[in-house]
Design a protein around this ligand. Structure first.
Ligand code: AKG
Ligand code: FE2
Length: 318
């Protein structure tokens, strides 16, 4: 039966100086509740302003660390299952894993957090949809990715149109371990490139200015980044033996459906979700629990569409 149904800080912060201050704040204010840090109206507005300008913003110390640790423990066996099957699809020893959408992963206190959703709505408008819940993991032996954006232009082709529209697709990322040094393979981003046309970004890559403008985003367990997936970025090599798992949750404007990154929702999970979460997930299929079963190591994404949409960062078998 497949039914289509549904902090602690202000500015976006990258670079060593601000990380030091984020660490201090983290020690002082580690969340101990089972909910995410409650954002004030002012913090929400500051994050929306920062992300509108830079293409991303980081919510420091937002998710309780106990939740991150539970996800980390649960995802590692799945990651190993995935690796056993071979064929890293996002570059050497860099893995994309979609865990079953249930506890500890399907946590509506995170993906439906009112403060986070206010930021999402401030960026992609009222009534967004959640379209993706997955993870990216560079392991030891991974390499620099090509600088890329995660989506093809919305209006492609011969249109008399030489601009990028306002935001329509967000990636919300949070790591399941501390990522505080280059050794750990942080994500690198280029500020303010999310409204740049594909042509301009190709030029920026060709003339070497993109490489110079990259900034690593250092994050602690509990930090969460909201980014426009069009912003130029790349994954860097993880040179440690700890898998650097990064969760990715996708939110889109209310009219955008992205079946290539489907979230299959077990019926029992669906039945316990709040009305708001069900509405967020309204484009995604609800499936009998038995049909979802255990993670097999095989990814069910639509590799062809993902390859087209992800600016060469995705190299899965078609
Ligand atoms: O390093 C990361 O987590 C991001 C990787 C990435 O950008 C991608 O695979 O598209
Ligand atoms: Fe990417």
């Amino acid at each position: 039966m497949a039914k289509v149904l549904l902090s602690c800080n202000a500015r976006s912060t990258v670079g060593k100086k601000q990380v030091t201050c984020a660490i201090r704040r983290t020690i002082n204010k580690r969340c101990c509740s089972s909910k995410c840090h409650e954002l004030s109206q002012r913090e929400i507005e500051e994050h929306v302003t920062a992300a509108t300008k830079d293409g991303f913003t980081v919510l420091r110390n937002f998710i309780p660390v106990s939740k991150i640790d539970a996800m980390s423990r649960a995802i590692l066996p799945l990651l190993h299952k995935r690796i056993e099957l071979g064929e890293a699809e996002r570059g050497a020893n860099r893995w994309y894993v979609t865990p079953p959408f249930r506890a500890p992963f399907a946590d509506e206190t995170i993906f439906s957090d009112p403060g986070l959703l206010s930021i999402v709505e401030g960026l992609v408008g009222k009534d967004p949809v959640l379209c993706q819940w997955a993870s990216d993991t560079p392991m030891n032996g991974s390499e620099y990715q090509e600088i890329h954006r995660d989506t093809a232009p919305l209006f492609e082709g011969d249109l008399d149109w030489n601009a990028e529209p306002p935001m329509y697709q967000l990636g919300v990322n949070f790591p399941l371990c501390d990522v505080l040094s280059m050794e750990k393979g942080p994500l690198e981003v280029i500020r303010g490139t999310h409204r740049m046309t594909l042509e301009d970004s190709e030029r920026m890559k060709a003339d070497g200015s993109a490489l110079k403008a990259l900034e690593p985003v250092f994050m602690r367990k509990g930090d969460l980044m909201v980014r426009d997936v069009r912003g130029l970025h790349r994954g860097t090599p993880n040179n440690t033996d700890e898998p650097r798992v990064m969760i990715v949750i996708g939110y889109s404007r209310k009219w955008l459906r992205r079946p290539e990154v489907c979230v299959r929702i077990p019926e029992s999970v669906w039945n316990r979700l709040s009305t708001r979460s069900q509405h967020l997930l309204r484009f995604e299929p609800v499936c009998p629990d038995a049909e979802i079963g255990e993670y097999s190591g095989k990814e069910g994404y639509d590799a062809k569409s993902l390859t087209q949409a992800s600016g060469k960062s995705f190299k899965g078998k078609i």
